[in-house]
Design a protein around this ligand. Sequence first.
Ligand SMILES: Cc1cc2nc3c(=O)[nH]c(=O)nc-3n(C[C@H](O)[C@H](O)[C@H](O)COP(=O)(O)OP(=O)(O)OC[C@H]3O[C@@H](n4cnc5c(N)ncnc54)[C@H](O)[C@@H]3O)c2cc1C
Length: 427
Amino acid sequence: MTSDSNSKINGQNADHVLIVGGGVIGAACAYYLAKEGRLVTIIDRGEFGKACSHGNCGFISPSHMLPLCRSGAISKTLKSFFDPDSPFRVKPSLNPSLLKWLWQFTRRCNHRDMMSGGKARHSLLQSSSTLYRQLIADGELKGCEWEEQGQLFVFETESEFANFKSTAELIDTEFGVKSTQYDTDQLIAMEPALKPGLAGAFYFEDDSHLRPDRLLSAWKDRLTQNGVEILEQCTLKKFICENGKARAVMTSQGEIAADAFVVATGAWSPFWNKALGCKLPIQPGKGLSITMPKPDTCPKYPMILQECQVGVTPFASGYRLGSTMEFTGYDEKINRRRLSLLSKGAKRFLIDPVAEPVEEEWYGFRPMSCDGVPIIDRSPAMKNVMIAAGHNMLGVSMSPATGKLITEIINGTKPHIDPSPYLVSRF
Ligand SMILES: Cc1cc2nc3c(=O)[nH]c(=O)nc-3n(C[C@H](O)[C@H](O)[C@H](O)COP(=O)(O)OP(=O)(O)OC[C@H]3O[C@@H](n4cnc5c(N)ncnc54)[C@H](O)[C@@H]3O)c2cc1C
């Protein structure tokens, strides 16, 4: 198959952009590119929206600007080697890319790097939050179950609750993101689905949530209506280059020519390091979720149960527990013991933590960059190939701004946020 790279839209010549990867990042890139009059094709080696973007918690979290690499993260990692029930797990391994990633992560566990990562994430999160509200107001993402309910960070123990106070202050003073503190009794009045006796919570009212699988269905409908071609079961095999540019890609369905390309292959992006001419420090951070009907006493607010790091999302059409972070390579098996940590953790906090029947048990590979910041940049080897990867635990939250920024870079227009923190040359 050879696509005409000068196809016409509304009678005008429109450059053709081929996006590799039909996750939430590829979808948002396709939307903004098509809106600017580009002819867009998405290829995915599986089904559109069925990888990491499918079963995640669906939080849109401007509150989460601070990256994982911060002081104290190293001792947590070391403890995880010895605690099989830790939500965070690194499988001891001699895999050189994992060892290098751990070293790069460890070097950044300090206040200065945490703050610079925080600023980079904050820009994408704030912009995305505004863009989502616009998309919803314009009726572009119908049926994604968008709700502006904020998010609760719930603490079981007084010590962790007290520790978080300084973080909440920092988030407020440095980033202007406000939260309200609720002590034990106030918390129960606010969220009766929580058990009595918990230490308290911080409420971030500007957070929102949606149902990720429905978001991807909404994107698919919208993109198709906007003329975007989506080719499933179509695997990128190689780039075909001429004079420092890609002319086409060879795929499992044949050759496809285009004028520009976007690599939005999530956790699989490092497989393209050689072709892209850079070393993307991205590891798959495996997470799990369980989706079920709403329990009888269903939480009103989405929440993160802090001591067990379980995310709880009440959707209009269901209920999800999600969490855990395993660095065990691309191991596709669901470990039952680790899956059970979700309901075990939820039982400590919620009156009615689970419901029957389970609709889906799911895993996804988060694209974890070593500094917690995405890579949104041109390939050093092929100047018409863009990289949009490494969105860590926040790909849903950061996708609209990523799509808009990619579009601006390809179009050569003024970027709406400073693109410099996302350059691949920072590594
Ligand atoms: C348990 C869990 C909870 C989470 N909760 C949240 C949350 O609440 N909020 C939030 O913002 N984020 C959350 N995340 C993170 C979020 O899910 C990811 O950051 C996001 O889905 C990454 O999107 P992506 O498009 O980069 O990758 P993906 O969705 O993985 O898409 C990449 C696509 O590339 C395709 N691909 C790969 N290689 C090729 C190839 N060679 N040829 C063609 N196609 C290819 C894949 O098939 C895949 O469809 C969570 C993740 C997990 C695991």
